[in-house]
Design a binder for this molecule. Structure first.
Ligand code: ADP
Ligand code: MG
Length: 260
């Protein structure tokens, strides 16, 4: 259930674990207007409990990617507030946020091998060599990338690149991991395998997930919590059961019912 939001608190960023202990992410009044005037995200509120697997769904163009890019600090927000673990991170630089984002278009380093791509962020975080090796080995196994570790990105299929992009973000064990339609280019069998792997990773890592998809059936298989967006607004933010059994709006009812 929702933690009460203290809108009056304008003090500097400070952890407030007593208030927001079980809330990992708290988004209030988030609004994004692009420089060309497009209102992409229109005053949305939602919060996600620590450790939950949250799925953000909605039709193409409704503002899902804009929301993720705002959370991670890839784009500046127009208005609103983002708190992670009680800390106001609205204006924090991306590298200070402890949030991972798996891009739709991979963005692997072309001159590094698969293994080096995965290890790169750990070197930057100054994780020591033994732990680096252990974490890379674990994630490479989980993602079934053993046979590809010495390859260059250009030698990989789209699905393989996506697995590397996932591994590269997850090996950092961020507090919050944002995944923007990460299984989109995979065939059905690999998608099913990756869904199971994601659920397993989510259990094993102490990480809250926000997973974007426009696939309602995938949302149902993965989510603890679902946030339904339409036209820049949040229509409903609730447990899977409530979204399906007690849709808050006609849009939610039609969208989640339209699963095939
Ligand atoms: P989704 O990920 O749900 O498909 P997006 O967040 O990508 O939606 O887009 C939301 C709206 O913002 C759309 O109308 C889209 O055309 C617009 N949009 C996205 N990126 C930009 C941008 N850089 N400049 C202007 N408009 C944008
Ligand atoms: Mg998108």
């Amino acid at each position: 259930s929702d933690t009460e939001y203290s809108g009056a608190d304008t003090s500097a960023a400070e952890p407030t674990p007593d208030v927001t202990d079980d809330v990992a992410l708290d988004v209030r009044g988030l609004t994004k207007i692009y420089p060309d005037g497009t209102l992409a995200v229109d005053d949305i509120d939602f919060s996600i409990n620590d450790g939950d697997f949250c799925v953000l769904i909605g039709p193409s163009g409704c503002g899902k990617s804009t929301t993720l890019h705002s959370l991670v600090g890839k784009i500046p927000v127009t208005e609103g507030e983002v708190r992670l673990g009680g800390v106001d991170i609205t204006d924090a630089p991306t590298y200070e946020r402890d949030i991972g984002l798996v891009f739709q278009d991979f963005q692997l380093f072309p001159h590094l091998t698969v293994g080096e791509n995965i290890e790169y962020g750990l070197q930057r975080l100054q994780v020591d060599a033994d732990e680096r090796a252990e974490r890379v080995t674990n994630i490479v196994e989980m993602m079934r990338l053993e046979s590809l570790a010495d390859r260059q990105p250009e030698e990989l299929s789209a699905g393989q690149k996506q697995r590397v992009a996932l591994a590269r973000s997850m090996v950092l064990e961020p507090k919050l991991l944002l995944l923007d339609e990460p299984l989109g280019d995979m065939d059905y069998k690999l998608q099913k395998h990756m869904e199971r792997e994601l659920l397993r990773l989510h259990r094993e890592l102490d990480t809250t997930f926000v997973y974007v998809t426009h696939d309602q059936t995938q949302a149902m298989r993965l989510a603890d919590q679902i946030v339904v967006m339409n036209d820049g607004k949040v229509e409903q933010s609730d447990s899977v059961e409530r979204v399906y059994n007690e849709p808050a709006t006609a849009f939610v009812s039609a969208f989640v019912g339209d699963s095939n």
